[in-house]
Design a protein around this ligand. Structure first.
Ligand code: FAD
Length: 459
């Protein structure tokens, strides 16, 4: 019997293995499919390569913002092979790492549970004292549409395999993956149209910043809010979409339809109902939100398989931390300990650090919002990136920073600073006492904090 079996060798599973192997050699990792992680193969990394190329092209086409005129021509025919070449560097590095593990620690195949201590893989049974389930998730697809559109309906699992850029692309969804990919393809010259079920883009919950983001992204992207296609057809290798917009029936044709409406857990592949019939409904799975323990069993769930934070760093953190819960069972600790941090790599970037505007509202917390526009911010003007703004949320009584939302260039960096500040538990006065180099984008954060201070002084 193994001390620990880890099912799934994605970000969470690999991170769990690396921690576990420091404490025991009596360990097995079981993985179905490639051993190169969703993040490196079809997730974070190829999407960011594509976005980087798209943004560089966009910047060079808008170079007049920094006083230069040019008449350049661009060839984007190598973009997709560039994305794959760089992506393959990342996946190769991951696979090389996995191959350095002792052979007896890894097994390829799909695991299904027989009972709480036993899984079946390739017809053989394997037993363990504890399990980490790190099976991740897969894109949701509309099966009826898939049957009609065949390989013209794609998800983020297939899009990076396209040999060349399509001429046109319909994107269904307006969440993180939809927005990032839609803007990148649009910036690369693909005629991109986005269909959004709601009147929302990305992650921002602040009404002010959400509106700003919608207006800004709609300048570049053709977005139909509160509109979904009511019929789809494949005619002459073109996707025909019919939809109603502003009471008018419309039909548009595209090369491909990108279905980016969310992801569903792969826990259903594990036959958890063989442990307990009550586990057949994944929506009601009794998983402790902090310890990630399944019911009262020595079974823990890491990463995207069961989470409200489907993010790479959260998956890695949970995988690592859960090893302690497995090896010291029944002593079980909380593993959800990170200050939350989310980034959307659209342009300008969106980010949330700490608690969002909506979370604070929902909890009835008495907080003050400090806002700073980046439209006239010095450094943003210099960079020709003077768009958007930031909001910081300060607790009225303790004057502590609770959270922030950003829609601004370089939000990925500013959000890290804010996240780390929240983690330090420091007050508004201590934050304003820090050094702010001039001229920088960080000065815009200071303006937002000063905005809070003015409101506090005026009461
Ligand atoms: C397009 C896209 C862009 C993204 N961008 C970002 C980003 O910029 N930043 C960020 O933080 N996050 C991003 N993410 C999310 C990030 O990729 C995930 O949070 C992370 O990969 C989750 O890791 P995981 O270990 O939970 O799952 P995975 O890496 O998916 O690993 C799960 C593994 O389990 C295996 N498995 C499944 N079922 C079984 C079974 N029954 N038996 C054995 N093995 C099984 C799977 O085959 C897979 O190998 C992005 C995701 C996508 C799709």
């Amino acid at each position: 019997m193994y001390d620990l079996i880890i099912i799934g060798a994605g970000t969470a599973g690999i991170s769990a293995y690396k921690e576990a192997v420091k404490h025991t050699q009596n360990i097995l990792v079981i993985n179905d499919g490639p051993w190169d992680t969703t993040c490196a193969r079809v997730g974070c990394m190829p999407s960011k390569v594509l976005i980087s190329s798209a943004n560089r092209l966009y910047d060079s086409q808008h170079i007049d913002q920094v006083g230069i005129t040019t008449e350049s021509s661009f060839d984007t025919s190598h973009i997709m092979s560039h994305v794959r070449a760089l992506r393959d560097r990342f996946t190769t590095a991951t696979i090389k790492d996995v191959q350095s593990w002792p052979k007896q620690h890894r097994l390829s195949g799909k695991a299904t549970f027989i009972n709480a201590n036993t899984v079946k893989v390739n017809g053989k049974h394997f037993q363990a004292k504890s399990f980490i389930l790190a099976v991740g998730s897969k894109p949701v697809i509309n099966q009826n549409w898939k049957d009609l559109l065949k390989d013209h309906l794609i998800t983020s699992d297939e899009i990076f395999e396209l040999k060349k850029l399509p001429t046109s692309l319909a994107v269904i969804g307006s969440g993180v993956i939809a927005i990032e990919l839609a803007q990148a393809f649009s910036r690369l010259g693909v005629q991109t149209t986005l269909f959004a079920r709601s009147q929302r883009v990305g992650i921002l919950t602040s009404p002010n910043l959400q509106l700003m983001a919608q207006q800004q992204l709609a300048k570049e992207l053709n977005i139909y809010f509160k509109t979904l296609p009511n019929s789809v057809n494949l005619v002459d290798q073109q996707v025909n979409l019919s939809f109603e917009y502003k009471r008018e029936e419309k039909t548009q044709s595209f090369d491909y339809l990108l279905n980016a409406t969310g992801r569903s857990s792969l826990l259903d592949s594990l036959k958890l109902d063989n442990i307990d019939p009550l586990f057949s409904d994944l929506n009601k799975l009794p998983v402790h939100p902090q310890t990630k323990q399944l019911a009262n069993l020595p079974i823990f769930i890491a990463g995207d398989a069961h989470t409200d934070t489907p993010l790479q760093h959260e998956a890695a953190h949970e995988g690592r931390k859960l090893v302690d819960n497995c090896l010291n069972y029944p002593k079980v600790k909380k593993v959800k300990s990170l200050t939350s941090l989310g980034v959307v790599f659209c342009s300008p970037e969106m980010a949330i650090a700490g608690q969002s505007y909506k979370q604070l509202q929902d909890k009835n917390i008495d907080f003050i919002t400090g806002f700073s526009s980046y439209e006239k911010q010095g450094r943003a003007l210099i960079l020709g990136k003077n768009i958007g703004g930031v909001e910081v949320y300060i607790d009225r009584k303790t004057r502590k920073l609770l959270g922030a939302e950003l829609f601004v260039n370089s939000a990925e960096h500013l959000a890290h600073l804010l996240c780390w500040m929240i983690n330090q538990n420091i007050t508004l006065d201590e934050i304003l006492d820090q050094a702010y180099y001039h001229p920088t984008l960080e000065e815009g954060l200071r303006s937002a904090f000063k905005h809070v201070r003015r409101q506090l002084l005026s009461v």
